[in-house]
Ligand binder design. Sequence first.
Ligand code: HEM
Length: 383
Amino acid sequence: MSHAEADPFAATVRGIGEPHPAHAALRALGPIVRAGAPAGGPVWIITDYALAREVLAHPGLVKDPAYAPAHWDPRTAGLEPTAAAQPSLTTLDGPAHERLRRAHAPLFTARRLHDHTERITAIARRLLTELAAAGETVDLMADFTTRFPLTVICDVLGVPLGRIDQAIAACRAMSSGRPEDVATAMATFAELAAAALRDGRTGLAVELRDRVPDELTETQLHYLLFALIFAGQLTTDAAAGFLLAYALDPDRPTTDKAPTGELVRETLRRHPPAPFTLWRFTTTDVELAGVRVPARSPVLVDIRGINTDPGRPARPDLTYGAGPHYCTGAQLAQLELSTLVDVLRTDFPDARLAVPFADLRQITAGGIQGSRLTALPVTLSAR
Ligand code: HEM
């Protein structure tokens, strides 16, 4: 096994077409590479598709931060509370995780979400029309790409839409790095969850409450709803920026012809909003591709590197992960992003980038966070 020289967790600002410099370098070092973790000590990074699928279904690797290296500062590492403190899809494994997945899964199927298409279309149309009225050229990254997916996930869950500004502020506070901001944001998310569960509300939040195991407390249910809102915003926000840029790129000859679903999948393959999986930890010594990884070691899958591997045969990419933790919101994300492009093409056929496509820049804040465009100036004019 080799050790990484290029830092895969470095913050970067680069052109929209420029790959993050670390992924090709990691891949060249083999299917499993040891690098320095942002919170200190080693991390094992998986760069190979087949090994990634093995790792994502491996019983010796778990999500529970209780297994994180003892010296890690949870804040620097961006860890959630342990599964004992806060059971959730993203901290549990095994039968307890399966029970929670069974509660969520039927609510987030393509068939179930299809019923929301009209409302998602109306949200995209309303937000873009308001922006078009506000000025000739607008920066879609300044507000739209955050507001759109948050409005959709809140609408789907049943959070009153009068609370979207609160939800935006809470999502933004999560990345401020200040513990007091994060605490305030978590209190806001709990309020939003409670509002979706209030008597008389309808939506997936109420349905989820009726499906989760009885022993789950109100606070724990609020945390599950927080996870859906935050995961639904963070990823789809960044994805919408890249997608709109590609949809509006005048030099992309296939732009008008490519089926929308394909444009979405291809954009996400190149710019996966989660460039790495979330942290996993070995519970015992585990052997991966002939390398012995000691117990309590952090392991990540390099989603962006594997998705963009020129040697990767045609097969599903890893944009939404794989195995038991495969993204709960994959169908919702695909639906809302496709709907957004459809509304743009139908209602704003003359919309165009206000700067050359090649001038668009992307920023990665560092750690395991994804990239987003620094700005997306667009001239919108409604039909
Ligand atoms: C383009 C948009 C999205 C992308 C690329 C994405 C990506 C991912 C990935 C890679 C994982 C697996 C992480 C791991 O295995 O460590 C995941 C899990 C998850 N995602 Fe998404 N996601 C997106 C949108 C959403 C949306 C809209 C929701 C809200 C419904 C959502 C909710 C979740 C949840 C709850 C999990 C945890 C599932 C589990 O651990 O069992 N995601 N997502």
